[in-house]
Ligand binder design. Structure first.
Ligand code: NAD
Length: 256
């Protein structure tokens, strides 16, 4: 009889960047509920520890490491700490990101560099570090990158550097899927629509004017767990033949 596809993450380690807030908390929670040991990597150590505490109180296995994604040495250190304290992860979720706005005609090189350092280069370096470890372990793995539905159409003004940095992340997904396929590592991308997180609500810049204000067909904006569900699917053993795919979780925004 054919093997029933497995949707369990039992015994697997998941490394979630930006898991101390917003969408990252939703992703970490869904993965923990599916049986994974979730290690949160965030610059905000105190908030990360609070999420770990609540996951543990709910009976899940979790831990945290501090990381500053704009700093290569910090990424290398965080990955080494993850591997020595918890083991090589099955799953890397490149979720952490910054999402401030700056109108195109007022764009600055400094903002472009800051956005791309955190949203593009950080995931590249994490993919390198943990990709090497997954390859060495020889059991395959999963990488899920969190970009934005803004890549499918303009949502609000002021997102030139932000959406461009997420375009870099989407490009990284494609190249990673190609170069890591021979090791049984899949790489997929989730495009979240609007989610009312601290990062989105507190983003600096001009008012968020634009089509994103249209009513959503599914009736409400997304919740962090909705994004977590898509990440979970890509992370499962059952999704072993799915790579280089992109899924929008946007409450139907793309059909309006
Ligand atoms: N909220 C939305 O509407 C929305 C929509 C589309 C895409 N996204 C993307 O989803 C991801 C999560 O967004 P969110 O809304 O939950 O944001 P958030 O600001 O609420 O959470 C982001 C987390 O990442 C961490 N972080 C940020 N910069 C970091 C750095 N340099 N080093 C280490 N950690 C860092 C923060 O401390 C925070 O805990 C981001 O990549 C964002 O671009 C969000």
């Amino acid at each position: 009889m054919a093997e029933v596809p497995s949707f369990s993450l039992g015994g697997k380690i998941a490394f979630v960047t930006g898991g101390a807030s917003g969408i990252g908390v939703g992703i970490a929670t869904v993965l923990a509920e599916a049986g994974a040991t979730v290690v949160i990597a965030d610059r905000n150590e105190e908030a990360a520890r609070a999420v770990v505490k609540s996951l543990k109180e709910a009976g899940h296995s979790a831990g945290s490491v501090q990381v500053s994604l704009e700093d290569e040495a910090s990424i290398v250190r965080a990955c080494a700490g993850l591997i020595s304290n918890f083991g090589t992860p099955w799953l890397l979720v490149n979720n952490a990101g910054i999402q401030d706005r700056e109108l195109l005609l007022e764009a600055t090189a400094a903002e472009w560099d800051r956005m791309n350092a955190v949203n593009g280069r950080g995931p590249l370096l994490l993919t390198r570090e943990l990709g090497r470890a997954m390859v060495k372990k020889g059991e395959g793995g999963r990488i899920v990158n969190i970009a934005t539905a803004g890549l499918r159409g303009s949502v609000v003004k002021g997102l030139a550097s932000y959406v461009a940095s997420k375009g870099a992340l989407l490009g990284l997904s494609q190249i990673s899927a190609f170069e890591l396929a021979e090791y049984g590592i899949t790489v997929n991308t989730v495009l979240p629509g609007a989610v009312a997180t601290a990062g989105a609500m507190g983003a600096k810049g001009p008012p968020p004017d634009g089509p994103a204000r249209r009513p959503l067909p599914l009736g409400r904006i997304c919740e962090p767990r909705d994004i977590g569900a898509a990440v979970y699917f890509f992370a499962t053993p059952a999704a072993r033949y799915i790579t280089n795919q992109v899924i929008a979780v946007d409450a139907g925004f793309s059909v309006t």
